[in-house]
Design a protein around this ligand. Structure first.
Ligand code: PKZ
Length: 249
């Protein structure tokens, strides 16, 4: 059991941390460079677990406003592909990534059958968290285009601080996972500078500040899409963990 879990997480780690090049798995932006035959086999096996039936929530849907679409296209056009420089790659996003990545067998003790990723569990498109995350080629930066829905209200007409914290944790957590999966948030420090109007599209940008052994220090800011208004800034500490940590609960 422990050996199998170790293999799964090593595969997952390979999957999230590989640099992306022209070798494609499913999408021009979801392509990976294979370090070894083992990596290639595992990545292809993992890709097959992402069944075509599982929805990639980071792709545009009818609820996305003009600004969300514009920024999606802007970054997506800079993803790797035959005709692009490849400065960015888009992260696919599922409502139960780990379960798909593992085939849903070995992690069943950790993940309950009805468990869903918090930010991807609303059925009505546009009602809550609509977002897409892009990571830079050198993996030092992530940028997330986030459109807030009506279910995220905190102060009247504005986004709830907890929802903003969720997005910051999601973006910095995804970033840390790419650098060193699996990780857990150890510390999250947030300064709310100006409220985000409900329904607005904003940018959530994260940057790797430093690595010290198992520790990843990541900073993050939320701004208006033209960068003129700072809404929120944060720093986060992630620690790489091993599977036994999750099993201890
Ligand atoms: C294809 C692409 C896929 C991408 C992929 C995406 C997947 C889909 C994305 C979803 C993204 C969502 C991301 C959500 C991420 C969560 O929300 S995680 C949930 C919230 N976090 C938690 O529940 C964590 C609870 N805490 C813990 O489990 C444990 O305290 C921790 C954090 C694992 C640390 O425990 P530990 O490993 O035993 O570490 P410990 O020995 O205590 O400390 C190690 C070192 O860290 C330091 N440290 C520990 N805690 C702290 C702290 N709070 N502050 C400062 N220093 C600390 C210690 O002082 C120590 O330092 P040194 O002495 O070594 O210098």
């Amino acid at each position: 059991m422990a050996k199998n879990l170790f293999r799964i997480f090593r595969s997952f780690q390979s999957f999230v941390s590989l640099p992306f090049t022209k070798n494609q798995v499913a999408h021009p932006c979801a392509s990976v460079a294979f370090r070894t035959t083992f990596d290639r086999t595992m990545v292809q096996a993992l890709a097959s677990f992402f069944s075509p039936k599982s929805r990639d929530f980071s792709l545009p849907n009818s609820s996305w406003g003009e600004e969300m679409i514009r920024l999606y296209e802007f970054y997506n056009n800079q993803c790797e592909g035959e005709n692009h420089g490849g400065e960015w790659r888009r992260l696919p996003s599922y409502n139960r990534s780990l379960k798909y990545a593992s085939g849903g067998v070995y992690l069943s003790k950790i993940i309950q059958s009805k468990a869903r990723l918090f930010t991807r569990n609303i059925r009505e498109p546009g009602a809550a968290f609509e977002y897409v995350v892009f990571v830079s080629k050198d993996e030092q930066r992530c940028v997330c285009v986030f459109q807030s829905g009506h279910l995220l209200e905190g102060p009247p007409g504005h986004v709830h601080g907890g929802a903003i914290a969720t997005m910051i944790d999601t973006v910095t957590g995804s970033h840390a996972s790419i650098l060193s999966a699996p990780v857990m948030t150890a510390n999250l420090n947030i300064n709310y500078r100006s409220p985000i109007p409900l329904g607005n599209t904003v940018l959530v940008e994260s940057c790797l500040d430093k690595r010290e052994g198992r520790k990843l220090f990541i900073s993050c800011k939320v701004t208006s899409t033209d960068g003129s208004k700072l809404h929120t800034e944060a720093t986060a500490l992630f620690l790489s963990i091993n599977v036994s940590h999750l099993l201890r609960g």
